[in-house]
Design a protein around this ligand. Structure first.
Ligand code: 5GP
Length: 202
């Protein structure tokens, strides 16, 4: 069966628990997380090159001008983008490459890579989302308000996604994503080479 690289995109509102679910997936070393570039200020616990590549607006613009980004988008006043080389290299190495990006970027990637799998990760409801964002306390109340507003806009386009995963337990959400990846790899359109093998063609 197909063991070629695959690109999966995990989107979902701030506070959906994308980071935690991705950490769980990465325990399997076939999963590789692409590290994005951003113009956002680092949070207290964040390290350059680990959580993000933190850039000035000028550096970010340079990356755009030199075609170093697969996609980029502005989210709540900051720019975020996916470095293209890492994605291409890991797909070539037959990895499951994860992009943890917001919806505008996800839709752009789907245009470039139609075979990319779009997964929307969401908490069970808005109350839970609010509770998680407030509990995390990494943003000012104004920024939390902005992110909640943005979450509602993102819910409006979930029909563009291939799968919706509800994150009410990290282990279960990671397990659901594993099942998605497994089934995607078994899709007939990803295994057309089998046709010749099964027919016994030389
Ligand atoms: P945060 O500031 O909470 O780290 O991220 C804000 C949003 O930006 C999240 O929805 C996150 O998934 C998204 N994001 C992170 N990296 C990228 C990227 O490279 N491209 C795009 N389009 N969105 C990103």
């Amino acid at each position: 069966m197909n063991d070629k690289g695959i690109l999966i995109i995990i989107s979902g509102p701030s506070g959906a628990g994308k980071g935690t679910v991705v950490e769980q997936l990465k325990k399997d070393d076939s999963y590789m997380l692409s590290i994005s570039a951003t113009t956002r200020e680092p949070r207290n616990n964040e390290k350059n090159g680990v959580h993000y590549f933190f850039k000035t607006m000028e550096e970010f613009q340079n990356m755009i001008d030199n075609n170093k980004l697969l996609e980029y988008a502005c989210f709540c006043g900051n720019y975020y983008g996916t470095p293209i080389d890492y994605v291409n290299e890991n797909i070539r190495n037959n990895k499951v490459v994860i992009l943890e990006i917001e919806v505008q970027g996800a839709l752009k990637v789907k245009e470039i890579y139609p075979e990319a799998v779009l997964i929307f990760l969401t908490p069970p409801n808005m109350e839970e989302l609010e509770k998680r964002l407030l509990g995390r306390a990494t943003e000012t109340p104004e920024k939390i308000e902005l992110r909640l507003k943005r979450a509602k806009e993102e819910f409006d386009i979930i029909d563009k996604y291939d799968y919706i995963v509800i994150n009410d337990s990290v282990e279960k959400a990671a397990c659901d994503i594993n099942c998605i990846v497994k089934s995607e790899k078994m899709k007939a359109c990803r295994n057309l080479n089998l046709k010749h093998i099964l027919k016994g063609d030389n």
